[in-house]
Design a protein around this ligand. Structure first.
Ligand code: NAD
Length: 418
């Protein structure tokens, strides 16, 4: 019997991505809505596009999630993948995708619903879509669900394309076992990249980390690590927000102390706050007078209703889609520069693939060195492009991502798929 893995790589499923960039249809290649037959919960998968028959993008669990949000996130993934493209890497970017459940992440049935969703779309997960943790879910839960549907991981589609998948599995396992000060490396790389991008942007404008101030919304994988590495670099982090509200200290928060009292969902224990930390409503984060605002929790948190509150010269998008287009237009008019999500937070995704494809050994030092170099180079190049062309950072980053996507199309249009 033919299994999905037996299908030759040059089958028609892979031909879709040979479409020339110039003639591409701009709609997502695949939009899928699933309804759980047991609970009625909706699950979504959007593949914005495939490169070489593969797409990559995380999985989120959030009450209120809908297909449009997932499609926007999938599009951002295409850009994130393409922007990271370097023809000298072994890692060849994948198309963008995203999946998710419209469900409260703390609901006890999350894993069971996920198992049913993964079961329903198993062929795609096995062969075409590689996923990992995003908002509201941990990689362990995704791994457990994948195992329950008979898959060894959530990135089997990519392993199936590698010459030595066993070596890649070992590298990834080792990389995921690395901890730095008790925090998994996997939970640090993304926020480290956000912090490096923020620092590179500010340094380009002649600002040193010492003397700079920042506020970070979200204190999970991305927000917690962004705050940690900004703090380590000498930036005064005067506010961090989690789902319970905002914590403020004008002299700078002791970020390491807050990380030590953070739970697995990224919430800080209010009973154990260090002295001098004040509690404020979560919505106050945007109005703090700081140099760098880092939204690193939810999508669409800066919109036309609250954009007037933001005064920082730089907004660095740690979260996906945190600034709505109309809010960004208003910010651009006031000279506030927004470093877009598909650049600022690309490090988690790139780190996974660098490890899997064999560009990186599974160590923290190697990860931080490569992420720092890539994030700083990309941020500087995009800022330079933006200045030269007189456009926003987003427009400049988008142009680079599109140019890279076209290069990828060209490189693999007629040649071998691997
Ligand atoms: N985890 C990754 O590797 C990764 C990579 C790229 C982008 N992202 C994006 O970054 C964002 C955060 O992801 P994460 O993995 O850090 O999530 P997470 O679940 O680890 O943490 C989310 C954090 O946001 C906080 N939060 C929730 N609701 C809030 C609210 N209303 N106000 C303020 N804070 C609130 C939570 O308390 C928690 O601290 C998402 O947009 C995600 O798509 C994540």
């Amino acid at each position: 019997m033919t299994t999905f893995r037996d299908v030759p790589l040059s089958d028609p499923g892979d031909a879709s991505d040979a479409t020339p960039a110039a003639g591409r249809v701009d709609a997502p290649t695949l939009e899928l809505t699933w309804t759980d037959p047991v609970t009625g919960v909706r699950g979504y998968l959007v593949v914005d596009r495939f490169f070489r028959g593969l797409a990559s993008g995380g999985f989120r669990v959030r009450e209120g999630l809908d297909l449009a949000e997932v499609a926007g996130l999938a599009r951002a993934m295409t850009r994130k993948e393409a922007l990271a493209y370097d023809p000298t890497d072994r890692y060849v970017p994948l198309g963008g995708a995203k999946g998710g459940l419209d469900l409260d992440p703390s609901a006890p049935e999350v894993e069971d619903v996920l198992v049913r969703f993964f079961g329903a779309i198993r062929p795609l997960l096995e062969r075409s879509w590689a996923t990992g943790e995003d908002l509201g879910i941990r990689q362990e839960t995704l791994d457990a669900a994948a195992k329950r549907v008979g898959l060894a991981s959530t990135i089997e589609a990519v392993f199936a394309r590698l010459e030595d998948p066993e070596a890649a599995r070992v590298r990834l396992r080792r990389a995921f076992a690395v901890e730095v000060d008790g925090i998994a490396l996997a939970d640090l790389v993304g926020g480290f990249g956000v912090a490096e991008a923020a620092l590179a942007l500010a340094e380009r404008d002649g600002r040193a980390a010492a003397g700079m101030t920042a506020v970070v919304q979200g204190f999970g994988s991305i927000g917690g690590a962004t705050a940690r590495f900004l703090h380590r670099a000498g930036v005064r982090v005067v506010g961090v927000a989690d789902r319970a509200g905002l914590l403020v200290a004008e002299d700078g928060l002791d970020v390491d102390a807050l990380l030590a009292i953070r739970d697995a969902t990224g919430c800080i224990d209010r009973e154990a706050l260090p002295p001098g930390v004040r509690e404020q409503p979560g919505s106050a984060w945007l109005g703090l007078e700081v140099d760098v605002l880092v939204p690193a929790a939810l999508s669409y948190v800066i919109d036309e209703t609250n954009v007037r509150l933001a005064h920082a010269p730089w907004i660095v998008e740690g979260a996906n889609l945190p600034v709505t287009p109309s809010a960004e237009a208003a910010l651009a008019e006031r000279g506030v520069r927004v470093l877009p999500d598909f650049l600022a937070n690309l490090a988690t995704n790139a780190w996974w693939w660098w490890v899997v494809f064999g560009d990186l050994p599974p160590t923290a030092d190697a990860a931080f060195a490569r992420i720092s170099a890539r994030m700083r180079a990309l941020t500087a190049a995009v800022a330079e492009d933006a200045e030269q062309a007189g456009v926003t950072l987003r427009a400049a980053a988008l142009a680079r991502a599109d140019a890279n996507a076209a290069r990828l199309e060209e490189r693999f249009a007629n040649g071998p798929v691997d």
